[in-house]
Design a protein around this ligand. Sequence first.
Ligand SMILES: NC(=O)c1ccc[n+]([C@@H]2O[C@H](COP(=O)([O-])OP(=O)(O)OC[C@H]3O[C@@H](n4cnc5c(N)ncnc54)[C@H](OP(=O)(O)O)[C@@H]3O)[C@@H](O)[C@H]2O)c1
Length: 241
Amino acid sequence: MDLGLSGKIAIVTGGTGALGHSVVKALLENDARVVTAYRSRDKLEGLAEYLGPLKDKLTGVEADVGNEESVMSLVRHTIEEFGRVDILLNIVGGYKGGSTVADTTLEEFNNMIELNLKSTFLCSKYVLPHMMKENYGKILSISARPAVDRRRRGKSGAYAISKTGVKILTETIAEEVKDYNINVNCIMPSTMKTEENLRNFPGADTSKWVDTEDVAKVILFLVSDSSKVTSGAAIPVFGKS
Ligand SMILES: NC(=O)c1ccc[n+]([C@@H]2O[C@H](COP(=O)([O-])OP(=O)(O)OC[C@H]3O[C@@H](n4cnc5c(N)ncnc54)[C@H](OP(=O)(O)O)[C@@H]3O)[C@@H](O)[C@H]2O)c1
């Protein structure tokens, strides 16, 4: 199915990560132009190697998406090079859990909010004016299952709160831009089949884990005009778990 993504300009944060690899590849295969924020040059080179010839349509911009100046510069760079931003994919995020609220340090709590929620807020904030000017845009962020599943929050409070924040941010922006041709959605994956998860959970039953390539397919649909009547949604990506 042609998703109509040819020539679209996409900013992807976290493009050098596990899900990022699959998403960047899928966007490039659909002939979009991708600007990815990166922190580690080595990881950017790893992504380029994974992409093969597709890497020619990838632009890497060094940026810390938890830093306001850095996010402004990422968006400025994209506008200077391409003139607009059609798609923002907020993929940066991560998990740290294992302690109850009573045992969670303030630093651990802040780290989860910064990594998962502040990064999504900052990138959305600085891309939105450009999308509103063009009256076109798709924002897709990554929440997680605990945003809707209270049984998955124990000993993961800071993570669950930050990812629930991403869901609320999504709903809020969608409401604020509903008179524009802008769609704002998030997905809620459960455990994905990534090298890091395989390392961290040795011996786990991975049969119900979700492949990042399958998650990328859902994401591509949500940033295409095929889903233009969907906004403010939090889509479960739980696979069979
Ligand atoms: N993996 C799962 O099972 C799972 C489940 C539910 C939801 N999710 C969510 O899905 C998303 C992708 O997960 P993943 O497993 O693909 O993560 P990942 O492999 O750890 O990738 C995260 C990416 O974000 C980048 N990053 C982190 N902080 C950054 C910052 N301040 N500025 C710029 N880049 C930064 C990392 O780059 P560096 O390496 O250079 O820091 C890395 O490329 C995350 O939002 C995660 O919370 C994952």
